[in-house]
Design a protein. Structure first.
Length: 166
């Protein structure tokens, strides 16, 4: 079973075990969607927003020097959105209904994260690495500005106004 199928199975299983979860998204820390179980919301946008939320939370945790970033929670009028790091390169985002037990949800999500992190890392390791550049390939030729032909700019003598320098 490939990593994407396994992640889809994990996300659907999480929703079955926790009925207050309305949707799940697994995304890379770069904001690209890996897997989703969202019924209505656009998963690609939520993946990008989760990465931005993770970046802000990670930066805030580093700034206040209170330890490692664990999760980001956004409370809304209709529930909450929780983002957890899943390994080094992924994020698990859950959309929960109002009144969800966040402590129980946190434990369940951390179990999914612990299973998802190594699977995603193994998938990334198995991906072919990009070819290293050829050290004998010719370099691009660049022309300095001084060697370009100069063209005089003709200015109208009757125009007295000039744009101020920026």
């Amino acid at each position: 079973m490939n990593a994407e199928t396994m992640m889809g199975t994990e996300l659907r299983g999480l929703r079955r075990r926790r009925p207050e979860v309305a949707g799940t998204v697994l995304a890379g820390t770069d904001g690209l969607l890996i897997s989703s179980d969202l019924p209505t919301t656009d998963a690609t946008h939520l993946a990008a927003l989760a990465a931005a939320s993770f970046g802000l939370g990670h930066r805030m945790a580093a700034t206040v020097r209170q330890g490692e970033f664990h999760e980001s929670v956004v409370h809304t009028a209709a529930g909450c959105v929780v983002t957890f790091p899943a390994g080094r390169d992924a994020l698990l985002t859950l959309i929960a209904a109002p009144g969800a037990d966040l402590a129980a949800l946190r434990e369940e999500a951390r179990a999914v994260v612990h299973r998802a992190g190594p699977a995603l890392a193994a998938c990334r390791r198995s991906a072919p690495a990009p070819h290293p550049p050829d050290p004998h390939a010719p370099l691009a030729t660049r022309t300095p500005m001084a060697t370009l032909p100069s063209q005089r700019v003709h200015r109208d003598p009757y125009i007295t106004w000039r744009r101020p320098p920026i």
